[in-house]
Design a protein around this ligand. Structure first.
Ligand code: 6LW
Length: 515
């Protein structure tokens, strides 16, 4: 017996989907504009998850260049059937409805490589796939209702899928608009068959404060679906904004090897007021069955801070603290492979500054890590012999429009100048500036000390003297403040105005330490 702390995946890991293969569990989450896309995690106990690969790893596999932040890859579903792993997902371009859409990818090894996409003739978001025990396969997803009776009414559709031709076939049936009359965004549908009956699990209320999980069942996969009188079967919206966990929804069920049932779902942990800089995280909730219906967190009715998982190993997972070496799977770039601008070297990276900056929806020279802990110290030791107009440093990133840069640049006499710049809704202000008294190319360490919503930004010279440059406020950067779907990333970047720049920035080491 072991008590497992929630969330099981801290930081921006929303829209979790899980499947079991024998004694192994696999889980994927959304990644929006980040690359590689759709991390695949492996676990043997639902508690400790190891990042074993990613679904989208090749630039020519899926093109999400120029898609603005909080667009990109939404809500994948992961299933295993007959020797193959299946991911269905949506590529969303909020600026261009003709681009992207629903697609599937398959793999024989969940760690990859995954196939190129097969595009599906289905609109909307949150696709899922269900392999029935009679050999038939059913896709489902959600979209804005074609003939809405209320604002933001969505409809969950079900349609057969032919795995031989890899195409949707036959008629489509709309089966669900949510459990509550007038509810917005019935989404994240997943179908299951339990004891001969079909169950439809779906979120509703929208992926923020009003999020929830509802369930319906039917004797036939295309319905009619009967709503559970207990709906919503899980929500935190009635607990108020002071609750330590809010926004619980978007669940997926899995039956463990011992016969017990579990759900993974997303929720947020606010702090510093109603803000959640870590974004939507992945939580684990026990499920039992009563009267042919699933009961989420029985006896408690909310996402527990700790879950008893009888088959979980007692050893706690590490906190991920220390030097984050280049081969660490947590590194992500934006919209394309980091190989375009970065080379691993020792414990760190050689970065070539890009003309694209963090303000462009492109692939700037940026390598980032999710902020997974409220309190942490992140530092980057670098040597950056920058030319005039070039920048290298640390970024606290929400999006193109909203981020803070701790930017090293060259002063008039070649001295290092460090500026903290806050880009907020597309407009920039200087938070602070320091001249640490060193030449620009000399070894310097830039750091962020996050304590709650206060991010203290500093620079340290080779002699160990640290200068505080400014303090940034996470309450201006989280998605409550900015909109969008994403938690904060912390990373290193380098930019230049000169396409012919020969500058090379040595990032000798990046350390991430929970405090
Ligand atoms: C996801 C959907 C949602 O596709 O947020 O509003 C989207 N709801 O379920 C992105 O995470």
């Amino acid at each position: 017996m072991s008590r497992v702390a929630n969330p099981v995946l801290p930081g921006c890991y929303p829209d979790p989907s899980v499947c079991r293969v024998g004694g192994d569990y696999y889980l994927v989450t959304s990644t929006f504009e980040y690359f590689p896309g759709l991390p695949v995690f492996h676990s043997t106990d639902l508690a400790r998850w190891e990042h074993i690969g990613d679904v989208v790893t090749r630039a020519d596999q899926l093109d999400y260049s120029r898609i603005a932040s909080s667009g990109g890859l939404y809500a994948p579903t992961l299933r295993y059937h007959d020797g193959r792993y299946w991911v269905v997902c949506t590529l969303v371009d909020p600026a261009d409805a003709t681009r992207g859409g629903n697609f599937l990818m398959t793999a024989t090894d969940p760690a990859g490589p995954w196939s190129d996409p097969v595009w599906l003739d289905a609109d909307g978001i949150d696709p899922s796939i269900f392999f029935d025990d009679d050999g038939r396969v059913w896709m489902h997803g959600t979209r804005l209702a074609r003939e809405p009776r209320w604002h933001d009414q969505t409809e969950v559709w079900v349609r057969e899928f032919d795995p031989t031709t890899m195409a949707l076939v036959g008629p489509e049936t709309v089966v669900w608009n949510g459990a509550m009359l007038g509810v917005v965004w019935a989404e994240a549908p997943h179908l299951y068959k339990v004891d001969g009956r079909y169950y439809l699990l779906a979120a509703e209320g929208g992926t923020e404060f009003h999020h929830s999980v509802a369930v319906a069942r039917a004797d036939s996969v295309t319905g009619p679906y009967e709503s559970n009188r207990c709906n919503p079967v899980l929500t935190h919206r009635h607990l108020g904004r002071d609750s330590d966990v809010v926004g619980a929804g978007h669940a997926d069920l899995v039956q463990a090897a011992d016969g017990s049932w579990w759900a993974v779902l997303l929720a947020m942990r606010p702090y510093g007021g109603y803000h959640y800089p870590l974004g939507r995280e992945t939580f684990l909730v026990p499920v039992t069955w009563e009267d042919g219906w699933p009961v989420f967190a029985p006896g408690e009715g909310r996402v527990p801070a700790e879950v008893e998982v009888p088959f979980a190993a007692a050893a706690p997972a590490g906190d991920g603290g220390g030097v984050v070496r280049p081969e660490d799977p947590r590194w992500t770039s934006l919209r394309g492979p980091a190989a375009a601008f970065a080379t691993a070297r020792g414990d760190g990276w050689t970065l070539r500054p890009s003309v694209e900056t963090l303000t462009d929806p492109g692939t700037p020279s940026f390598l980032g890590l999710r902020q997974q802990h409220r309190d942490l110290d992140l530092s980057a030791s670098l040597r950056a012999p920058l030319a005039a107009g070039e920048e290298a440093g640390l970024a606290i990133r929400q999006s193109e429009r909203d981020h803070v840069r701790l930017a090293l640049a060259t002063g008039p006499s070649g001295e290092a100048v460090v500026r903290a710049v806050h880009r907020r809704a597309g407009a920039e202000t200087l938070l602070g500036e320091a001249r640490p008294g060193a030449a620009v190319g000399s070894p310097l360490t830039l750091d962020v000390h996050a304590r709650g919503v206060d991010y203290d930004l500093g620079v340290t010279t080779a002699d160990g003297a640290r200068t505080v440059v400014a303090t940034a406020d996470a309450r201006t950067l989280d998605s409550v403040a900015t909109g969008g779907f994403i938690g904060l990333w912390l990373g290193v970047y380098a930019t230049t105005p000169d396409p012919a720049s020969a500058t090379v920035v040595e990032v000798d080491r990046v350390e991430y330490r929970p405090a």
